[in-house]
Design a protein around this ligand. Structure first.
Ligand code: VGL
Ligand code: ZN
Length: 214
């Protein structure tokens, strides 16, 4: 085992974020092969997945806000909220984890975005609620109790849920590695700025082929 105190955190690798899905990330399916290799390598002492899992009519859906279109932003609880197409609705096909990946290897699944009134991008904390707080999911404590010190993030979308997860992991005190080629952006035009932001936050950007034993 190369990375004993490390978790591979698999963020939102779900059909709705794949080409043809409700909130398709262009080229999102290109991550499936590198992610499969990571999952099957047995390099990580622990593998954990997140799953975006919204109730129908979720606050983040443009369809909930009359006169609004998907990808517009509104003010919500004093913060900017992007409005999304309906996606990852609990129990639907689009919410399913990608069927070509070996999910049996995952020790726990963190479902997020279940609060009808609050969005949740990160696996560690919800977005801000009406009280101006970001509720913890318990993942940081879970990982600490398991002896994890390093968090390796991959999945979709690079510039939304993977980014927020990486930044929260930094804030929770973990060493964070961002597996760049095992992620893909909703908005690739902003990738350079995203790289700089992540580096400034202390996130280490790496490619999957740079991992030991690959
Ligand atoms: C995501 C937008 C809305 C993601 C989830 O997984 O990146 N993006 N919900
Ligand atoms: Zn969502």
């Amino acid at each position: 085992m190369n990375y004993q105190h490390a978790v591979l955190l698999l963020v939102d690798i779900q059909l709705d974020f794949m080409p043809g899905g409700a909130l398709a990330v262009e080229g999102g399916d290109k991550i499936v092969e590198p992610v499969r290799r990571l999952m099957e390598s047995d390099r990580f002492g622990l593998q954990i997945a997140t799953q975006d899992w919204h109730p129908a009519g979720h606050i983040s859906f443009a369809s909930r806000h009359s006169g609004r279109k998907a990808f517009e932003s509104i003010a919500l609880y004093g913060q900017l909220q992007t409005l999304w197409p309906d996606h990852c609705v609990q129990g639907t096909m689009g919410a399913q984890l990608h069927p070509k990946l070996p999910w049996d290897r995952v020790a726990a699944l963190v479902r997020k975005g279940m609060d009808p009134q609050c969005d949740s991008y990160s696996g560690f904390r919800n977005n801000w609620n009406a009280n101006g707080e970001r509720a913890a999911t318990g993942l940081a404590g879970y990982l600490r109790e398991r002896g994890v010190r390093e968090v390796y993030v991959c999945g979709l979308a690079r510039d939304v849920c993977v980014r927020w997860t990486a930044e929260d992991a930094i804030d929770a005190g973990f060493h964070v590695y961002f597996l760049w080629d095992a992620t893909c952006s909703v908005n690739p035009a902003d990738d350079q700025a995203l790289q700089q932001n992540l580096i400034n936050r202390g996130v280490i950007l790496i490619r999957t082929e740079e991992l030991k034993g690959s």
